[in-house]
Design a protein around this ligand. Structure first.
Ligand SMILES: Cc1cc2nc3c(=O)[nH]c(=O)nc-3n(C[C@H](O)[C@H](O)[C@H](O)COP(=O)(O)OP(=O)(O)OC[C@H]3O[C@@H](n4cnc5c(N)ncnc54)[C@H](O)[C@@H]3O)c2cc1C
Length: 487
């Protein structure tokens, strides 16, 4: 057990104590708590009502545990609301973290089956120009590899399009230098609605949800974490799950623990006009090293995101003029008549786990931290990292860990029931990546990248062979529309 200043101080306190956000003990002069600890203990308290916390509350409640969730704002108001709103498998991670793509696609499938009525299939066109960093064959190889995982998430195989078909599908796109395009599909979701509906499902299973209730102090009994003070109430829990997204470090610090993250800030430009592009787009940005999305949706057309080191405090993340200029120039490279002015910006911090390595190669993997083993604080778990697209799996892993602490044998059932309570019919037996290999590569970023590139290298060779044999045909506009038509 490693004693930190925070838990050492707590271990010296024999009575229940309440630690404020500043770490100050809120006990009276006589050492007795100044705030009453009246609540009956819940099995699980969840801090954070983003998509992850909502998932944990739902999973735990469906296992028959008593659950309370505290969220300082509204459902999904944090990073979840600032996401690109895609349930996607992480095609880009095929370049350096293939197993995360595999696992995310696997869990996307469960999300599609359980929350399908919230999702819309979004065809995404990736135009390729003569001067682009990645040529048509490289991009097609990447998408051919992604095709291997697409069926897991009920996605369709990619298509190859001529420059003329691309121009017909995307009116107004610059045609000079356009040599062709590829297309693939992801799922669009109103992310806040997904968090809200997941919370409603948790509530229907018996969870208590407190919105507008920031966890502002933690309750301790000696070293043990026994709950939180939130929204003027003391909530006692046998296990507390910190699911505060990019704020997990801030919440862990209340208990004297620390969880270093590599927060990466992301901004989107939002245009009220929902029809600036009839399809989704993936565009090489002006710096040529990364791509940005154009996402038409009922919430408007979103352009972004950026991907920059963010401030340690997610509340300090702000959109800069440079980000706005970068995104505007990046989209206007392709659409000279694109509006000069956006209607809003939205910014959030990706809750990426602390890890070595370059910013563009950071793994989006997740992990459950047991603060009893890590920091000598029994009763506290943190679920960190990950993405919205694997929130169900993250929630299951966190709830499994909570059940082990509670000695509860119940298994997760979130993949078996839709958010509105209907049974899920058939679950295809797709394999998950081997956990041992995943753990091994997780700790070795260079090897992880080599593993990914080795697969892509082999795929590139067989792609070129297929091209030489003339078996990578182009699809016309009508076939494109049929291909992505809803089921
Ligand atoms: C620009 C950008 C684009 C992204 N695009 C995608 C995408 O398209 N697809 C995808 O899968 N992922 C995407 N991600 C990642 C994804 O958004 C996040 O991984 C996911 O939403 C995190 O959810 P969460 O519930 O863990 O965190 P959050 O949504 O941030 O939820 C944490 C919650 O904790 C609450 N909270 C904080 N402190 C306290 C406290 N003291 N007491 C009570 N509550 C508290 C906050 O209010 C917040 O609601 C994107 C991220 C960014 C930044």
């Amino acid at each position: 057990m490693r004693a930190t200043p925070g838990n050492r101080a707590a271990a010296e306190t024999s009575a229940d104590s309440i630690i404020s956000l500043s770490g100050r003990s809120l006990t009276g002069r006589d050492g007795k708590p100044t705030l009453s600890l009246m609540s009956a203990p819940f099995d699980v308290i969840v801090v954070g009502g983003g998509v992850t916390g909502a998932g944990v509350a739902r999973d735990a409640a469906l296992r028959g545990l008593t659950v309370a969730l505290v969220e300082r704002g509204a459902p999904g108001c944090g990073t979840t609301a600032a996401s690109t709103h895609l349930i996607h498998g992480g095609m880009r991670y095929l370049l350096y973290d293939r197993l995360t793509t595999h696992e995310t696609c696997w869990d996307c499938g469960h999300i599609v089956r359980t929350a399908g009525d919230l999702l819309t299939r979004l065809p995404i066109v990736w135009p390729v120009y003569r001067d682009h960093a990645r040529g048509l064959e490289t991009v097609e190889t990447l998408l051919e590899e992604y095709d291997r995982f697409q069926p897991m998430k009920h996605g369709r195989r990619h298509l190859r399009l001529s420059a003329e078909t691309c121009a017909r599908l995307v009116p107004g796109i610059k045609t000079e230098g356009l040599i062709g395009a590829l297309s693939f599909d992801e799922w669009w979701v109103d992310a806040e609605d997904l968090a809200r509906r997941t919370l409603e499902s948790a509530k229907a299973a018996g969870a208590q949800i407190l919105l507008g209730a920031p966890a502002e102090a933690v309750l301790r009994a000696g070293a043990r974490f026994i709950g939180v003070r939130a929204g003027g109430r003391n909530l006692r829990g046998r296990v507390t799950v910190n699911a505060a997204g990019p704020w997990v470090d801030k919440v862990a610090r209340l208990a004297g623990a620390s969880l270093p993250l590599r927060l990466m800030k992301g901004t989107h430009l939002v245009y009220r006009d929902q029809a600036l592009s009839p399809v989704g787009l993936l565009l090489e940005a002006e710096d040529r090293s990364r791509c940005i999305f154009v996402v038409p949706s009922p919430l408007g057309t979103w352009v972004g995101p950026t991907d920059l080191p963010g401030p340690d405090d997610p509340d300090e993340a702000r959109t800069t003029d440079d980000e706005i200029a970068y995104l505007t120039r990046s989209v206007r490279r392709y659409f000279p008549r694109w509006p000069r002015h956006h209607d809003a910006t939205i910014v959030g911090s990706r809750p990426i786990l602390g890890q070595p390595g370059a910013e563009n190669l950071l793994s989006r993997d997740f992990e459950v931290f047991d603060h009893e083993l890590r920091d000598g604080i029994p009763g506290l778990l943190t679920i960190g990292g990950g993405k919205m697209s694997d929130y169900r799996l993250m929630a299951e892993a966190a709830t499994d860990a909570a059940c082990r602490k509670l000695g509860a044998a119940a298994h997760g059932t979130t993949q078996l029931t839709t958010l509105d309570g209907r049974p899920v019919a058939a679950i295809p037996p797709w394999p998950q990546p081997a956990p041992a290999l995943k753990r091994f590569l997780r700790a070795r970023p260079r090897l992880r990248r080599l593993h990914a590139l080795a697969h892509l290298g082999a795929a590139f060779a067989s792609h070129l062979a297929r091209r030489a044999a003339g078996s990578c045909p182009e699809t016309d506009e009508a076939a494109f529309r049929r291909h992505y038509a809803t089921d």
